[in-house]
Every structure is written in structure tokens, then in C-alpha cells.
Design a binder for this molecule. Structure first.
Ligand code: FES
Length: 198
């Protein structure tokens, strides 16, 4: 759903712009900004696929690119982050993305082609705000003492894990959307295309 009707879109843009930095859950604080909306404005507005180089994205870092006017998050998850994903099932609304219309490669616990890389659209499935990263774990996160790291939507409080899976009993009804994408090589992802057999 877009934010055109009930949500302050300006606020969303601000949140998008400020969510490009990442961090390591439970390890480091916020990691410096890695990359910003990458390809040309003209290509993006036309809806062209966006090619992203993730070779410099270190474990624990997140970058944001824009595709079709939407923020697309790419997170290089650490082993610790991946391990945490396996422990959250009972707290999540749709832990294996069975419910949603998602690419087949998102119907798993990590919701990605390669476990270490999450590629997700950073727009809340409630009313279209952009969730904020809350990568710090534990009480320091300001979320909960047992918080393993994830995202908090500031508009109405929906929580998502580091696979974009929404917690139970949240305003947001669904997990974050996974855009079609394909790996062109180990470190290059094409967002917006979904080639069979990739
Ligand atoms: S827009 Fe309402 S919780 Fe995200």
C-alpha cells in the first residue's frame, strides 16, 4: 500500500534518507553510511532494473538503493544475525512467508536467495512508512530486553526482524515485500528482474 492517503509521505522520505546506515546486531553501533540511492534518477523513475554492487558491504552493514521510487534495503547478515532468525518463529506472524505473494526464493526462514543477503523493500505493509533500523540487540535497542535486532516502524510501532518478517499482533499485516531480483555474479544483484533458474 502506498502512503498517499493517510501517512505523511514527507516523513517517509526523511526516514528513507536516514535509514541508509547500518550496524551489527549486538556488536557495533551504527556503521557509517555505505551507499545511497545508486543509479540514475531517470532509470529509476522509468522502473528500470537497478544493478547493485555489494562487494563493499561488510557483514552487519546495510545499504539502500532506490527502485521504482521505493527504498530497497540490502543487508549483509552476519552468522549471528542468521542464527537469531531461526529462534524467532513463534513470535512472528508468518515466519516462512507462506501467506504472502512473494517470490519463491523468499519462502524460507531467511527470505532470500543467499542466506547472508536480505533484499527487501523498506516500506511498512501497514500504511507505507519506512521502518527504522534497530540493529542493536538487547535493552540498548530501546525496543525490548530480548530484542535480537531488526526494524521498528515509527508510525504505529510495527516490528520486523532482520528478514523483514513482521512480529505477531502488529498493525502491519504482512512481512516486508521482497522485490524480484537475481544475482548476476557473487557481488552484483539486479533488482527488478526475476530470471528463471537464477
Ligand atoms: S505504517 Fe503503521 S506501523 Fe508502519
Amino acid at each position: 500500500m502506498s502512503c498517499d492517503d493517510t501517512v505523511d509521505c514527507g516523513r517517509r522520505r526523511l526516514l528513507v534518507a536516514t535509514s541508509v546506515a547500518g550496524g551489527v546486531a549486538g556488536v557495533a553501533a551504527v556503521v557509517p553510511f555505505v551507499s545511497t540511492f545508486a543509479p540514475s534518477e531517470r532509470a529509476k523513475s522509468a522502473g528500470a532494473p537497478v544493478e547493485v554492487d555489494v562487494s563493499k558491504l561488510a557483514p552487519g552493514e546495510m545499504m539502500t538503493v532506490e527502485w521504482r521510487g521505493k527504498p530497497v534495503w540490502i543487508i549483509h547478515r552476519t552468522k549471528e544475525m542468521l542464527d537469531d532468525l531461526t529462534k524467532l518463529g513463534a513470535k512472528l506472524s508468518d515466519p516462512k512467508s507462506d501467506r504472502n505473494m512473494q517470490p519463491a526464493y523468499a519462502k524460507n526462514e531467511h527470505r532470500s536467495i543467499k542466506p547472508e543477503y536480505l533484499v527487501a523493500i523498506g516500506i511498512c505493509t501497514h500504511l507505507g512508512c519506512s521502518p527504522s533500523e534497530k540493529f542493536r540487540s538487547g535493552a540498548e535497542s530501546g525496543v525490548a530486553a530480548d530484542w535480537p535486532g531488526g526494524f521498528l516502524c515509527p508510525c504505529h510501532g510495527s516490528l520486523f526482524d532482520l528478514a523483514g518478517r513482521v512480529y505477531k499482533s502488529m498493525p502491519a499485516p504482512d512481512n516486508l515485500e521482497i522485490p524480484p531480483h537475481v544475482y548476476l555474479s557473487d557481488a552484483r544483484i539486479l533488482i527488478g528482474e526475476d530470471r528463471k533458474g537464477a
